[in-house]
Ligand binder design. Structure first.
Ligand SMILES: O=P(O)(O)OC[C@H]1O[C@](O)(COP(=O)(O)O)[C@@H](O)[C@@H]1O
Length: 321
C-alpha cells in the first residue's frame, strides 16, 4: 500500500467524527450514525485507491451506504480491503459519554477477515503481553500472565470489559483474582486500543462484543504491536449456518492476529467523537471545530496523533478535494 494513504485516510475519520459529534447527547444514535456514514463515504470517494468494503454498515440490501462489497475510491491506486465503523459507539454519542470513535482500517485486498455481524469473544493486550495470553485459558491465568509480563502485582492490573449481564462470570473472576476493573458502557475498539497505552491505565480487554469491531481492533493492535484473539459466538442456527458458509467448520476456532489481518501492512485511523482516554472528542467553537485523530501503519510501526482545526465555512460538506 502507498504510504500516502496513511495521511489520506485521516480526512475520512475526521469527516465522520465532525458529522457525528453534532448529535452528541441528543439521544438519537441513528441520526449520528447516518450523518457520519454519509460523510465518511463522501471522503472515501476522493481517496486514490480501489477500495472494497469488507466490514461496513451491513449487507447491500439493508445499508444504502458503506455496505459490504461497495467499491470506493477514485479507482486509481492500490487494491485494498476497507473496514469501517463511522461511529463506533452510537449509544455513547447519543448519551454524550466516553470513547466514541470514527474508525477505519485498510489492508491489501484479501487481507482482512470478512467477519460476520455477530458476537465474538475477545481478549486483547498491548505489546508487553504479546504471546502471553490465551483466550481458552482461564481469566485468572490470563491476568497472572499479563501481570508477570508487565512486571505488576495482580492487584495493579486493570481489566476492561463491556458492562453487560453476560459478563457476570468474567467480572466475578477478575474481582476474585484481585485485579481491578474498568467497566465500559460501549465501544470495545477504544478499549482494545487502550490496552496498548500505559497512560490509559488499562492492561487487558476481556468479553464479548461485535465481531466486525474485533477486526478493526485487531488492525489497530497490529499497528501498535499488540495482540488480540477472538472466537465467534453465533447465537442461533442461522448464525451457525453463516459461519459454515464462511468455511468455519469448527465453531470454537480461535482467530489470531494473522487471521484478522494477514500480511505485514495495514493502516488504522480513529478520530475522537466524544472524549476518551487517548483522544479528545470534537470541539466546536465560532465556526471552527477541533479534532484529534490517531493514525498508524503496521509496516512502519509509526503512530501519529494529529490535531485538526477545521474551518466549517470552507467545507460545508466536509470534503476538501
Ligand atoms: O451492545 P452489545 O450488544 O453488547 O454489543 C457490543 C458492541 O457494540 C459496541 O459497543 C458498538 O455499539 P454501536 O453499534 O452502538 O456503535 C461495540 O463497541 C461492541 O463490540
Amino acid at each position: 500500500m502507498e504510504r500516502s494513504l496513511t495521511m489520506e485516510i485521516v480526512r475520512v475519520t475526521e469527516a465522520a467524527a465532525l458529522s457525528a459529534a453534532r448529535w452528541m447527547g441528543k439521544g438519537q444514535k441513528n441520526e449520528a450514525d447516518g450523518a457520519a456514514t454519509e460523510a465518511m463515504r463522501k471522503v472515501l470517494g476522493t481517496i486514490p485507491m480501489n477500495g472494497k468494503v469488507v466490514i461496513g454498515e451491513g449487507e447491500m440490501d439493508e445499508a444504502p451506504m458503506l455496505y459490504i462489497g461497495e467499491e470506493l475510491g477514485t479507482g486509481s491506486g492500490p487494491d485494498v480491503d476497507i473496514a469501517v465503523d463511522p461511529v463506533e459507539g452510537t449509544s455513547i454519542v447519543a448519551n454524550g459519554s466516553w470513547n466514541a470513535l470514527a474508525v477505519i482500517a485498510i489492508a491489501d485486498r484479501g487481507h482482512l477477515l470478512h467477519a460476520p455481524d455477530m458476537y465474538m469473544k475477545k481478549i486483547a493486550v498491548g505489546p508487553e503481553a504479546v504471546g502471553k495470553i490465551d483466550i481458552n485459558a482461564s481469566v485468572t491465568d490470563n491476568l497472572k500472565a499479563v501481570a508477570k509480563a508487565k512486571n505488576k502485582d495482580i492487584e495493579e492490573v486493570v481489566a476492561t470489559i463491556l458492562d453487560r449481564p453476560r459478563h457476570k462470570e468474567i467480572i466475578d473472576e477478575i474481582r476474585q483474582a484481585g485485579a481491578r476493573i474498568k467497566l465500559i458502557e460501549a465501544g470495545d475498539v477504544a478499549a482494545a486500543i487502550n490496552t496498548a497505552f500505559d497512560s490509559t491505565g488499562v492492561d487487558i480487554l476481556f468479553g464479548t462484543g461485535g465481531a466486525p469491531e474485533g477486526v478493526i481492533s485487531a488492525v489497530a493492535l497490529k499497528c501498535l504491536g499488540g495482540e488480540m484473539q477472538g472466537i465467534l459466538m453465533p447465537e442461533d442456527d442461522e448464525q451457525r449456518e453463516r459461519c459454515k458458509k464462511m468455511g468455519i467448520e469448527d465453531i470454537n476456532k480461535v482467530f489470531y492476529m494473522d487471521d484478522f489481518c494477514g500480511g505485514d501492512d495495514a493502516i488504522f485511523a480513529g478520530t475522537g467523537v466524544t472524549d476518551g482516554e487517548l483522544l479528545k472528542g470534537v470541539q466546536f467553537k465560532g465556526g471552527k471545530a477541533k479534532t484529534q485523530t490517531m493514525v498508524m501503519r503496521a509496516k512502519s510501526g509509526t503512530v501519529r496523533f494529529i490535531e485538526g482545526e477545521h474551518r466549517l465555512d470552507l467545507k460545508p460538506n466536509l470534503v476538501i478535494e
